[in-house]
Design a protein around this ligand. Sequence first.
Ligand SMILES: Nc1nc2c(ncn2[C@@H]2O[C@H](COP(=O)(O)OP(=O)(O)O)[C@@H](O)[C@H]2O)c(=O)[nH]1
Ligand SMILES: [Mg+2]
Length: 193
Amino acid sequence: MKSYLNAKFLISAEKLSQCPDYTLPEFPLLGRSNVGKSSFINGLANNKKLAKTSNVPGKTRLINFFNFSDEFMIADLPGYGYAKVSIEARNKWQKYLEEYLLKREQIQTLVQLVDARHEIQKNDFQMREWVLAYDLPVITVVTKIDCISKNKIQSALAHVRKEFGGEIFPFSAVDNRYNEKILEFFTSKEKSL
Ligand SMILES: Nc1nc2c(ncn2[C@@H]2O[C@H](COP(=O)(O)OP(=O)(O)O)[C@@H](O)[C@H]2O)c(=O)[nH]1
Ligand SMILES: [Mg+2]
């Protein structure tokens, strides 16, 4: 498996009915704002300009679709834990997001990202509980692994494994050594529709 796959941005959608009519296996990214979702996409594609990264949580509540070499699709979702929107706007978005996550047939596995530098946060646990309540398949990516010292990586991963269970993948946007295992996972999934 290569360290990178060519990827291109396809389209943004606000809700399920606007999602692209592709049948590739799809992997939506769940995670707090700033956890590194956009950087994850850019890292796997070796293209820093592909998905917008910033320190300022975005205001746009859109699902952004990225086609990786016609092998699979990554759906970049708006980060949770960003409260600076009206309750009305948040409720609307939540409804759209739930509809997408529960009804989009292309979804193969959800990818929840957590930040290696911090404890798992309350809203990360809430998200995971929601996912498990609906019995949706989910893996965990531990981002910014370059930000913790080498001798702490294993215990950090073990901690996430203990809390969340399931498959855990370390990742760094500035070190491509972690790409291969993740790309292997994404390309090994066949979704027959
Ligand atoms: N050192 C390091 N910084 C990262 C990594 N991933 C993301 N960042 C930084 O964290 C910030 C938020 O990243 P971004 O991808 O925009 O997060 P998003 O809001 O989840 O899409 C940016 O300043 C990134 O440069 C990583 O693996 N290593
Ligand atoms: Mg982003």
